[in-house]
Design a protein around this ligand. Structure first.
Ligand SMILES: Cc1cc2nc3c(=O)[nH]c(=O)nc-3n(C[C@H](O)[C@H](O)[C@H](O)COP(=O)(O)O)c2cc1C
Length: 333
């Protein structure tokens, strides 16, 4: 058998069948309208992304204050449902599972765009992006954000998505709660790992309750901040285990405060993925320069990861995975 064949193996999660092990990773391309509605251009681009069994639609903002950059998709109000539903239909038309990633940027918000003060667990400037100094969130504001995540998930359900992915990596709000570098709170949302992960766990459980058991629930978890004094890999793995207990279906892995793009590849998160697989039994998605079929197949074969997610290759060539699959099927690799 050719080495790439393992990437063609189907995977079943709940009532969903994934036709192969490739995932289109969420990556924002700033093609929505200025107020966050899905455009024809977005529909066209997603329609070209043939091949992956699962498309995770780029981060959609759950609240105006949580907008990270211009022309992001929004899911903060019912007006967004129509366009999001067209996008889900485009993905389904290509026989792919459609998941929407939902996010709040916290101190990574672009205040010039949002026009409001950024909020974060503590008044700590974003350690990587160094954007405007945020204001510490009150307990009431934390509840409002939790509610906004749930409302966003319900809108995604209404729009016909098969699942929701909570964005908890790359330095955005929930990452800021998890990290001791950005969370200096002394109440029940700060301090111990249990407290720092409290908001993520509350949101996860509340979304599961709201959407029911049939829909897929994913968390993209930054396992390691890759910064001295930040969230450690071991802590990240413990949070992953708690998320599994909270009934998520698939764990999507990336980095915490520091985005993965600067890390040396290929397979730059390979050690991290191998580590988390020792903590959870649910399927794990991994990304980070995984376009080499032999490396990807070896990782799946060895049980280091279950799904291979690609971003930049698909950004540069939307049907990249379709071509990879042809190569694998033709037995070249
Ligand atoms: C332009 C761009 C936008 C991105 N936006 C997101 C995003 O919205 N959500 C997310 O979780 N990751 C985002 N990422 C990270 C990718 O999903 C992925 O983890 C990273 O690019 C590594 O995979 P790759 O080597 O296949 O590109 C983005 C990456 C790029 C290049």
């Amino acid at each position: 058998m050719k080495v790439g064949a393992v990437l063609l193996e189907k995977q079943h999660v709940k009532n969903y069948t994934f036709d192969n092990r490739y995932v289109c990773a969420p990556f924002d391309i700033a093609k929505a309208t200025d107020d966050g509605l899905v455009t024809e251009e977005l529909l066209f681009i997603y329609g070209q992304r043939k091949g992956p069994s699962l498309i995770i639609v780029e981060q959609a903002a759950i609240a105006p204050a949580g907008q990270y950059r211009e022309k992001l998709i929004f899911v903060d109000r019912d007006e967004c449902i129509e366009g999001l539903s067209k996008l889900a239909a485009v993905i389904h038309n290509n026989n792919q599972v459609a998941v929407l990633q939902i996010n709040h940027a916290g101190s990574a918000a672009d205040v010039d765009l949002t026009g409001v003060e950024a909020v974060a667990p503590s008044a700590v400037r974003h350690p990587v992006l160094k954007r405007a100094m945020p204001r510490e969130m009150t307990i009431e504001e934390i509840s409002e954000v939790r509610e906004a995540f749930v409302e966003a998930a319900l809108r995604a359900k209404k729009a016909g998505y098969d699942g929701i992915e909570i964005h908890n990596c790359h330095g955005f709000l929930l990452t800021q709660f998890l990290s001791p570098l950005t969370n200096l709170r002394t109440d029940e949302y700060g301090g111990s790992l249990e407290n720092r992960s409290r908001l993520l766990m509350e949101i996860t459980k509340a979304i599961r309750k709201a959407i029911g058991n049939d829909l897929l629930l994913l968390v993209r978890l930054g396992l390691d901040d890759l910064m001295a004094g930040g969230l450690t890999l071991e802590e990240g793995c413990l949070v992953a285990k708690e998320l599994e207990k909270a009934d998520i279906d698939i764990l999507d892995i990336s980095t915490g405060l520091v985005p993965p793009l600067e890390l040396p590849g290929p397979a730059m998160l390979r050690d991290m993925l191998g580590a988390v697989k020792r903590y959870v039994k649910i399927p794990v998605i991994g990304a980070g320069e995984l376009s080499d079929i032999k490396i990807a197949a070896a990782m799946v074969e060895k049980g280091e990861v279950d799904f291979i997610a690609l971003a930049r290759p698909i950004l540069n060539q939307p049907n990249f995975v379709e071509e990879l699959l042809k190569e694998i099927r033709s037995g070249v690799v």
